[in-house]
Design a binder for this molecule. Structure first.
Ligand code: GRF
Length: 204
């Protein structure tokens, strides 16, 4: 299974996808932010980078990014787009023309779509938090859920502690989902207990 990853920033999940690469092959990184650290991960791994910029070196507008990305993808044999920290909402028109796309999001969707999920979980006094991988549609964080991983919110959790714990869960979840998909076993909304189980061994 050939994938292209879309990322806008740090790219810690992208780095995990590079080191895991079990059953899937990363064809390219598509990036809308020329300063993104994700670009360094791609270059170090010899993965081609698509990151269009304007004449002054700044990022292009989303509509231009989408148009250029479709041209770029047309020359590649990509089965799936993987959004891992891609911080823009792709248009319905782009999604209709591009390969299918999945996204990683730091909440137990459908709750807490959008930004600042850790702070919102703490403010609400929720007892559970986690991460989701879902199909992408043109609604923000709105597509069908593929798999989730949860963690208990602890009494002394802060935004940094929760953020670090959810990030480590994401680093396990997304590569596992991709390996499953590469084997033709698309998970159907299963939820793993990230505090207790080694889900990669238990899961079918
Ligand atoms: C992750 O929390 C992901 O769920 C969200 O953006 C973050 C990306 O982190 N969509 P990184 O750039 O992979 O470190």
């Amino acid at each position: 299974m050939n994938i292209a990853v879309l990322a806008s920033g740090t790219g810690s999940n992208f780095a995990k996808l590079i080191s895991h690469q079990d059953g899937y092959h990363i064809y390219a990184l598509l990036c809308n932010n020329p300063s993104a650290h994700a670009i360094n991960h791609a270059k170090n791994a010899g993965i081609r980078v698509f990151c269009p910029v304007r004449g002054d070196g700044r990022a292009v507008k989303l509509a231009d990014f989408e148009r250029l990305a479709l041209d770029f993808l047309a020359g590649l044999d990509v089965d799936l787009l993987v959004l891992a920290g891609f911080m823009r909402v792709l248009s319905a028109d782009f999604l209709a023309k591009a390969p299918p796309a999945i996204n990683l999001h730091p909440s137990l969707l459908p709750v807490y779509k959008g930004l600042n999920t850790h702070a919102r979980v703490l403010a609400a006094g929720d007892r559970a938090h986690g991460a989701s991988v879902h199909w992408v549609n043109s609604e923000l964080d709105g597509g069908q859920i593929i798999a989730q991983i949860s963690t208990h919110v602890r009494a002394h959790d802060t935004v940094p502690s929760l953020s670090a714990r959810v990030a480590s869960l994401e680093h396990r979840l997304l590569p596992w989902v991709l390996t499953q998909m590469a084997m033709g076993r698309v998970p159907n909304g299963m939820v793993f207990d990230g505090d207790h189980s080694d889900f990669s061994e238990r899961a079918v």
